[in-house]
Design a protein around this ligand. Sequence first.
Ligand code: SAM
Length: 347
Amino acid sequence: MNEIPPLASLCDPSAPLEDGHGRTVRYIRLSVTDRCNLRCTYCRSGMETFIPHESVLRYEEMEQLVDMAMDMGVEKVRLTGGEPFARKGFVGFLERLRAAHPTLDIRITTNGTLVGPHVSELKAIGLNAVNLSLDTFDRAKFERVTGRDLFARVRESMDALLDAGIPLKLNAVAMRGFNDDELPAFINYAMTHPVDVRFIEFMPMGEGTRWSDACFWSAPDILTAVKEFVSVEPVAHEQRNGGPARLYTLSGPSGPGLGRLGLITPLSSHFCAACNRLRITSDGALRTCLFDDKEYRLRNALRHPKLGIEAVRRIVALATRAKPIGARILERRHDAVAQRRMTAIGG
Ligand code: SAM
């Protein structure tokens, strides 16, 4: 049974965004585009239709949404996609966000292929962190999985971000038969760089993305395999900053690692109790849970001459009250964990 949801957020426009399960939203993931310059075989079918340009939120509209979210207690925004740097004007958008909100925690999730030329601008903006997706340390495999020979560019971006002192996390989708044989390379990177190297369990997403049970490499299995190479020590929950990753410090024959191992386990062990996030797709749909296909159309309200941002605020507050426990939705699903593909939802 749901607890009775708080009403404060509906009556008071600046009340915190509380849901019916005692969770408070502090974090928005905003997808700036559903387009991507990579063709990752597990993420995109190659048959997908893209959101028409006129339906994609304009940057000014995203800025309005972030202003509103901050009024409602949001402290952190992650810009994602698709590939955020593939959208024209993305860095200018970041500059305006930072100018409007000096204290906002602004992070980006990127494939790293287009970041290199912008590192000094990102540093000047005071970007809080970059999560960079890299599933392999092998150039030929990178090209095979992404369809592009851009591994060297990604590695250069990683070095440039670290040289600039921008906090970096590495995200790899764990896939048996694809990158399980590269565990030593991932561990070596975490040992020698101050980077959290995080494996994300592969999820069956909708819209025809490729999935095979045989590829699933669970977090417990990854941890067992890691222990064959290094010793691991779990990081206490309160030191994880509320993130979804279970973190481990690493230690090898030459001493402790500079970075850590992270395991993100949406399937084998959920993290719903600590979930403090909402997602907004690039066409302005609010999703309160990755696994819930219910979407609230913010864009129509935002663009409506008689509604606008105040109506959006009420929709967001109401939707947040109904934010579900994703694990309960997952229990009832037998096919994909969500009907839209990751690039459309904003991974
Ligand atoms: N372009 C950016 C990037 O590459 O990080 C942001 C979007 S991308 C969709 C976000 C993340 O979702 C990537 O790390 C990608 O590997 C991951 N992803 C895509 N499909 C997935 C799936 N089926 N299961 C788990 N992670 C997935």
